[in-house]
Structure formats: structure tokens, C-alpha cells
Design a protein around this ligand. Structure first.
Ligand code: SAM
Length: 288
């Protein structure tokens, strides 16, 4: 079926024929704007050499574009009710495979090995917003061979991903994403680009994985513990928040802050990634 699935008349017809009912709890808002689909594909810089993992095809609006521009597409959908729909809408493409399952529960290393055999993968998706952050963090933390992630997210989440220190949007998500990747908003998307339209604006964000993390840290797990602790009480100065959230004595924290050359009157929200790296290494040293 090569009709453009994003067109409201085509979508209505397909949904009606299959008696499909939208599930709000699964974040089912389908794209009905062709220019946004083009921008997602362009943000992903797709070519026929690329292998793509999509999360949540819905009726296949974005999948169709991916099949036409990439070499191979594997798409993971939780809603088995979409099986007959996707069988029909993707029937003209021989480079796509639909896997039914919950992306958060699938064994991703195994899926990657079975489907992509060690190749670098591009993840492209119009994500269900209720699980955006865990999905993205899973790809990074599990050290999967993902070279680029281009996803539609809630606009506010996109802002958090590319936020800089001392802004309201800056937090653990900004640090986690920027540690692994360079983040760039490709475009913002009004709610009218979806059917049914959600009550938030959205953004397409491109995360290009760095060859190596943005900062060299001795202990990655400790680094992320320090970051989370520093933002747990973001209005407090560092010795106060870190002592209560990490259970480390204030004297030791002051020692670590001096070693890292960070003023103890500063709040976590003002620290750059490099400063968090220095602080985590210094805390590791004073605790050793
Ligand atoms: N890609 C389509 C589009 O752009 O029109 C649909 C996007 S819709 C925002 C999100 C899709 O993700 C839905 O099809 C929904 O059923 C699916 N989904 C929700 N939770 C999921 C999960 N945990 N694992 C896989 N797919 C999921």
C-alpha cells in the first residue's frame, strides 16, 4: 500500500476498515503531517545503507517513510491489535519486520544481535510520551550499537535534553543525554500535526552518539549517583544536598569540592558536565 498513510482521509479509511480504537494510555497519537515526517527522516540522515529500529509504528505512518529511505527497518509495537492493520499497510515493503512486544521489556542486546548483527543502528520514532526517558536511557546505558536517535518527544522533554547549566530545564536528563550524545532540536511540532491531537506541543530531537562520553570519569556509576543527588534538592548548596542525599559527611564533601575547585556555595544546577565529572572523581578519592 503506497498511499500516503499520514493523509487524514487515508488514515480514517484504514482505521475504519479495521475497527481500530485509539488507546490513550499507550500514547497513540498518529502523525498526519507529511512535512514533519520528512523532517524526521532528514534529521536521521537516512540512506539505503542504514538499518533502523523504530519504536511504536502505530498504523505505519512513519514506518512507510523509513522503509522507502532506509535499507532495513525493524519496528517494535506493543499493541497486537495493530497486527492486521500493519500487515496491510506495510505489505508493499520487503525490508521491514514488525516485532510485537514492549520495548521496555524486550531483551535489547539479543534483539540487536538477531536483527542487526552488530551493525550501527539508527533509532527513529514518534515515541509514546509516557515512557520517552526510559526508552532513550536504555539505548545509551545498555551500550547498544546506536549511532543516532531521532525521536519525537514532548517539547518540554526536548528542552530538558539540550538544556545548559543554571536554567530551569537543566537536570539529570540533560546531563545523562549530553554525556552520551550531542543533542539538537530538529523542529518543534504543534499538536495539530497528530490525530488525535495531544494537549502538549512536541519536538523532534536528534541525539548523535559521541565516540566517547563528553567527560572522562573514573567511575560512571558514582558520576550518575552524584548528578542525581545534586538535583534531588536543587535549591540547596552542594554540601547540604549531597550530605543528605548521599549520606556523606559534610567535611569530606568540602574536601572533595576543594579538590575539584568548585565553590561550596554553589548549587548542583549551576555545574557543567565537566565540573560534575571532576566532583565525582574527587568524591571517589575522599571516600577511598
Ligand atoms: N509511529 C506512529 C505515528 O507516528 O503515527 C505512532 C506513534 S504513537 C505516538 C506511539 C506508538 O507506540 C503507538 O502505536 C503505541 O501503541 C506504541 N507503544 C506504546 N507503548 C509502547 C511500548 N512500551 N513498546 C512498544 N510500542 C509502544
Amino acid at each position: 500500500m503506497k498511499e500516503r498513510l499520514y493523509k487524514p482521509s487515508v488514515m480514517r479509511e484504514v482505521l475504519g476498515r479495521h475497527g481500530f480504537h485509539f488507546s490513550k494510555s499507550l500514547g497513540q497519537n498518529f502523525l498526519i503531517d507529511g512535512s514533519v515526517l520528512d523532517q524526521i527522516a532528514e534529521g536521521a540522515e537516512l540512506s539505503k545503507d542504514d538499518v533502523v529500529l523504530e519504536v511504536g509504528p502505530g498504523i505505519g505512518v512513519l514506518t512507510q517513510v523509513l522503509c522507502e529511505r532506509a535499507g532495513q527497518v525493524v519496528t517494535v509495537e506493543i499493541d497486537r491489535g495493530l497486527l492486521p492493520v500493519l500487515e496491510e499497510t506495510l505489505s508493499d515493503y520487503d525490508n521491514v519486520e514488525v516485532v510485537f512486544g514492549d520495548i521496555l521489556k524486550l531483551n535489547l542486546p539479543q534483539l540487536f544481535e538477531e536483527k542487526f548483527r552488530g551493525k550501527e543502528v539508527k533509532v527513529v520514532a514518534n515515541l509514546p510520551y509516557y515512557i520517552t526517558t526510559p526508552i532513550i536511557m536504555n539505548f545509551f546505558e545498555q551500550k547498544l550499537p546506536v549511532e543516532r536517535i531521532v525521536v519525537m518527544v514532548q517539547k518540554e522533554v526536548g528542552d530538558r535534553m539540550q538544556a545548559v547549566p543554571s536554567t530551569k530545564a537543566y537536570g539529570t536528563l540533560s546531563i545523562a543525554v549530553q554525556y552520551y550524545a550531542e543533542a539538537r532540536i530538529v523542529t518543534t511540532v504543534p499538536s495539530g500535526a497528530f490525530f488525535p491531537s495531544p494537549n502538549v506541543d512536541s519536538a523532534v530531537i536528534a541525539l548523535v552518539r559521541r565516540d566517547r562520553p563528553a567527560v572522562d570519569v573514573k567511575d560512571e556509576e558514582l558520576f550518575f549517583r552524584v548528578v542525581k543527588a545534586a538535583f534531588a534538592q536543587r535549591r540547596k548548596v552542594l554540601p547540604n544536598t549531597l550530605s543528605s542525599t548521599m549520606g556523606i559527611e559534610k567535611g569530606l564533601l568540602r574536601e572533595a569540592l576543594a579538590m575539584a575547585e568548585i565553590d561550596p556555595m554553589r548549587r548542583g544546577e549551576s555545574l557543567s558536565l565537566t565540573e560534575f565529572g571532576r566532583l565525582a572523581d574527587a568524591i571517589g578519592e575522599v571516600l577511598a
